[in-house]
Design a protein around this ligand. Structure first.
Ligand code: X90
Length: 276
């Protein structure tokens, strides 16, 4: 069976080593500028533009045709979407999958509402890749991914919730938690796939400790961790160092947030996907 893995651009995955992969871009709109979250997007340049942009900005999910383009010509497709609790991406992908299966009888698309985003999506995608390479059947892959997703988690540690609040993705009351210099808000993807606040921390050192505690509370005990940062490699490395100090064989990988996650997680934000 010829498999393809497809995800929206909030997964921060650009390519996979051994299985065909395509991403469907979300877009970020600020005034008359549109940033399409493709692998070519200059994320740092976008962040710099947004800093000087005074008016409103917003985002939009991939449309049906973006998804059909990403599906390409594959027989068996595993498609990973940002939580339906915060985006129309999953709905658009479902419509596209329905159309694709109708146009190509015999082909199959599994569309997963990951109830999460960023590095938790990456964990699911990596697992999908392993299962495909092991020769697993389509339906067994779907079952295994559904099981695995009960074991994966997403935490975030942000210095600003401004873009989440103005775009109606986070409660304004929690936006007011930040704003003070050096305060980071720590939150997680809830079981329903929306934003849940876990706590706050003042300063980088305390934030690392709070992240580690939140991971432990969710059952982390030395498994995989994927950290995506918004121009904040030092914070990501500090967290990795602490994880490795306690679990020396932990598999921790640091990467850059791409456009959509960088827009919402904002400068210095961290997203942490891990196995519980
Ligand atoms: O459809 C659209 O326009 C996209 C809307 C996406 C809104 C949320 C993106 C969040 C990105 C920030 C913190 C992670 C929270 C995840 C909770 C499930 C990253």
């Amino acid at each position: 069976m010829n498999f393809k893995i497809v995800a929206d651009s909030s997964s921060d995955v650009l390519s996979l080593p051994q299985v065909p992969f395509a991403s469907a871009p979300l877009t970020i709109v600020a005034g008359d500028r549109t940033y399409v979250d493709t692998p070519e997007l200059d994320v740092a340049g976008m962040a710099a533009d947004l800093k000087t942009h005074k008016g409103k900005s917003s985002t939009a999910c991939p449309g049906l045709n973006d998804w059909l383009t990403a599906f390409g010509d594959a027989e068996s497709i595993l498609c990973f979407c940002i939580t339906s609790g915060l985006s129309g991406t999953y709905n658009a992908a479902r419509l596209a999958a329905h159309e694709y299966e109708e146009q190509h009888p015999g082909r199959r698309v599994f569309v997963m509402d990951t109830l999460s985003t960023g590095p938790e999506m990456r964990l699911l995608i990596e697992r999908a890749e392993e299962l495909i390479l092991a020769g697993t059947e389509f339906d067994d892959i779907v079952d295994a991914l559904n099981d695995y997703s009960r074991q994966t988690h997403l935490l975030f540690c942000l210095c600003s919730l401004h873009n989440l609040v103005v775009n109606g993705r986070a409660n304004p009351a929690i936006g007011a938690l930040v704003g003070l210099l050096g305060i980071r808000v720590i939150g997680c993807a809830s079981e329903k796939g929306d934003i849940e606040i876990v706590g706050k921390a003042r300063g980088d050192k305390k934030a690392v400790q709070a992240n580690l505690n939140a991971m432990r509370d969710r059952g982390y005990s030395g498994g995989k961790v994927r950290i995506d940062h918004c121009s904040n490699e030092p914070a990501a490395q500090a967290l990795r160092d602490q994880i490795l100090a306690q679990w020396p064989s932990a598999d921790v990988v640091i990467d850059h947030a791409r456009g959509l996650c960088a827009y919402y997680a904002e400068e210095a934000g961290l997203l942490i996907g891990f196995e519980g």
